[in-house]
Design a protein around this ligand. Structure first.
Ligand SMILES: [Mg+2]
Ligand SMILES: [Zn+2]
Length: 276
């Protein structure tokens, strides 16, 4: 693991700030927040779990595959609408909620991830933890239930899904946004930005944001991160390649980058972080 120079950051950032502030201001800050707090933002598919939940559900389809007509109907940037058609197909073929849940709860967690989430759960006074995912509320709820991990996460931002009266799973876009880089239903940067703003208004100013992800749609939120934050792209996946392409193009991202291949490596980093 490369040296991230946290000590030097703490000196260069905190000390001057503290000397600039009056005693009253420090007292006011302390009444809001007495300890350092870190924000851990997780992607879900291929990060928390070692699969894509939206493709795993296809195992419930007849012969575990989709008809060509549905497969070829996907239009770039319109994933939620596409999944809506997949869920209608499953419903039309009599696939019920219980069967979907049974299938989805067999998805494996990524190596080391249950240890990592367990550790975070035991240190919630230090870590706020959110999921920002292009999956949906139903799948994530089921899967977090497997490891009893609901309590680890303060909020889950993902496409809202629900079962209709006729037993069909339906899914909607998470929000509207004007980002040209992201799919229509979700800009993870907007989510992160709004969450950090909301927290700031409530007196929570994160010491550092750690963003853990793997995919192309994780680049936009990573570009929001500042010098003292950390992007953690999964080794060998799209996000890592995009970040390294950016530094080759001489437009590197502002934050530090730490590549991971197991949740244990992330856990080791968090242990260092809270000892600083
Ligand atoms: Mg992912
Ligand atoms: Zn975006």
């Amino acid at each position: 693991m490369k040296n991230l120079g946290l000590k030097s950051w703490l000196c260069s950032c905190w000390c001057p700030m503290v000397t600039r502030l009056s005693v009253q201001k420090i007292a006011r800050m302390n009444s809001y927040q007495s300890t350092m707090k870190f924000l851990l933002a997780f992607d879900f598919d291929y990060t928390v779990i070692d699969e894509n939940s939206d493709t795993w559900i296809v195992k419930c389809a007849p012969e575990e595959k989709l008809p060509i007509g549905i497969k070829s109907s996907y239009k770039k940037g319109h994933w939620t609408e596409y999944m809506g058609r997949v869920f209608i197909y499953l419903g039309d073929n009599g696939v019920k909620e219980a069967e979907m849940k049974r299938m989805m709860t067999t998805i494996p967690f990524t190596t080391g991830m249950t240890d990592l989430l367990g550790f975070i759960g035991m240190n919630k006074e230090l870590f706020d933890c959110i999921i920002i995912s292009d999956s949906n509320t139903v799948f994530i709820d089921w899967i977090l239930g497997v490891g009893n991990f609901h309590r680890v996460f303060d909020e889950v931002f993902t496409n809202p899904a629900t079962f209709s009266d006729t037993g069909y799973l339906t899914v909607q876009n998470f929000h509207d946004h004007s980002c040209v880089e992201c799919p229509k239903n979700l800009c993870k940067r907007k989510v992160l930005e709004e969450f950090v703003d909301k927290q700031l208004q409530q007196g929570v100013n994160y010491t550092q944001i750690v963003y853990i992800g793997d995919g192309g749609n994780d680049l936009c939120p990573v570009k929001f991160l500042k010098k003292n934050d950390i992007a953690m792209p999964r080794q060998g996946y799209t996000l890592e390649k995009l970040i390294s392409q950016m530094s080759q193009d001489l437009s590197p991202i502002e934050c530090s980058v730490l590549v991971w291949s197991s949740g244990i490596e992330i856990l080791s980093y968090l242990k260092i972080l809270i000892k600083e």
